[in-house]
Write a protein that binds this ligand. Structure first.
Ligand code: ATP
Ligand code: MG
Length: 390
């Protein structure tokens, strides 16, 4: 009997391609996998050539799989049997991994990354293919097999598996730096934040509330969203900022058609200050071109002009249906559609401007003398670290 030990074999996504940055990405991915699996103890995560091996105590595989599905940077992963790089052990492992399967056809695909193993891939394919055909009677189909038995020889180990599971791809959170996302209680902004995580960003959050006009439950909903998004990056910092005094001032002293844009520019200025404090070089919003009046090209541009740092809009070219589908996949949709009171629907004008300009808004803002109100809002920021939902 060979020594066959169950494990999870993880293949990375793009990080294999990143040249000199590769060790950095690999270390980050491994740290993120360790962090993601930390509630399942004990777990051992090892780096191999181009892959990661996760060893678990028996009985934790399902939970580990669910958790690995949330780690960005993984292309795919598989429950595998690890065995010594010896043909006899590979034979035994291959028969073990197909136990319980029935297949209309099959193929064996071997990869030999470790050339110290004396048998070339083709020889492994033939040897194990012959064995499986004899044992099961399944026909070989190399073009479109119903079941694929995979064998990988890496770093003086061999892995045998057949069920490959899709990872979320993208880049490991942390390799692209930090951004500050403007998080409402709606559907779009959590998706936008997650898209940035998927490109390797760690995301901190800013939420604006109009308490006591908007209720405390709406703020708790946002805390819940940060917790759900934490499944993809770990704990998140949430900055809650009161906007009510600024809104009242705008409502009292500016044309109603410009209200939403003036609120938005105030939000952007305040969020940019939080970003400065956190040394984050960019903001993120859930805006999508043309979705509502405040998101026309003219209005988005007019908002951009007031921001000292770039505003990233990962959903700019997305349809609402696409955003909803992604929110469902992420697990934020159900919470996002729970009723809440949004600070922007508060005193929303009947006819919002669709074509505003920076010049026009700047002139109105100049007369409004918002500076002291912005400073007062910043003096009342409440920061909390929100743990990831289980
Ligand atoms: P969402 O579904 O994210 O609320 P939306 O389609 O409802 O987006 P708007 O309400 O116009 O669009 O908001 C546009 C963007 O402005 C949001 O995606 C979010 O990034 C930001 N935003 C709006 N309201 C708030 C808020 N109260 N706090 C923080 N950010 C906000
Ligand atoms: Mg909204």
């Amino acid at each position: 009997m060979a020594d066959l030990s169950p494990c999870l074999l993880v293949h990375y996504a793009e990080i294999g391609l990143k040249g000199r940055n590769r060790p950095l990405f690999e270390r980050r991915l491994i740290a993120n996998i360790e962090h993601g699996l930390a509630p399942i103890s004990p777990v051992r995560v090892r780096r191999l050539y181009g892959r990661v091996m996760v060893e678990l105590e028996p009985g934790h595989e399902e939970e580990a799989i669910a958790r690995l599905r949330r780690v960005f940077g993984i292309a795919y992963f598989a429950p595998a049997l690890a065995c010594p790089p010896e043909m006899e052990a590979i034979r035994e492992a291959a028969l073990r991994v197909i136990e319980g399967h029935t297949a209309a056809s099959f193929a064996v695909r071997a990869k030999r990354a470790d050339k110290s193993f004396p048998h070339p891939s083709q020889e492994i394919n033939q040897e194990i293919g012959g064995l499986v055909a004899r044992e099961t009677g399944w026909p070989v189909n190399l073009g479109d097999p119903a079941l694929t038995v995979r064998i990988e020889v890496v770093d003086r180990r061999c892995f045998v598996f057949c069920d490959r599971m899709e990872g979320r791809r993208g880049l490991p959170v942390g390799v692209s730096g930090q951004v500050v996302a403007l998080l409402s209680g709606g559907i779009d902004s959590p998706v936008a934040a997650a898209r940035m995580m998927r490109r390797g960003c760690r995301v901190s959050f800013v939420h604006f509330h109009s308490f006591p006009y908007t209720n405390a439950a709406s703020q708790e909903k946002v805390v819940g969203l940060v917790g759900l998004l934490g499944r993809y990056q770990g704990p998140g910092e949430l900055h809650q900022i009161p906007l009510l005094d600024i809104q009242r001032h705008i409502v009292g002293h500016a044309p109603s058609s410009l209200r939403v844009l003036l609120y938005r520019r105030a939000m952007v200025r305040l969020a940019a200050e939080i970003a400065r404090r956190l040394k984050a070089p960019a903001l993120v919003t859930g805006e999508s071109l043309g979705q509502v009046a405040s998101q026309t090209l003219a209005n988005l541009t007019a908002v951009d002009r007031c921001s000292p740092i770039p505003i990233l809009r990962p959903l700019l070219g997305w349809d609402k249906e696409e955003i909803i589908d992604e929110a469902k996949r992420l697990g934020t949709f159900d919470l996002s559609i729970e009723p809440h009171e949004d600070c922007c629907s508060f005193l929303e004008p009947k006819e919002p401007a669709t074509r505003s300009t920076d010049r026009k808004l700047s002139a109105v803002e100049h007369a409004l003398e918002l500076e002291p109100l912005l400073a007062a809002a910043l003096a009342q920021v409440e920061v909390r670290v929100v743990e990831a939902e289980a």
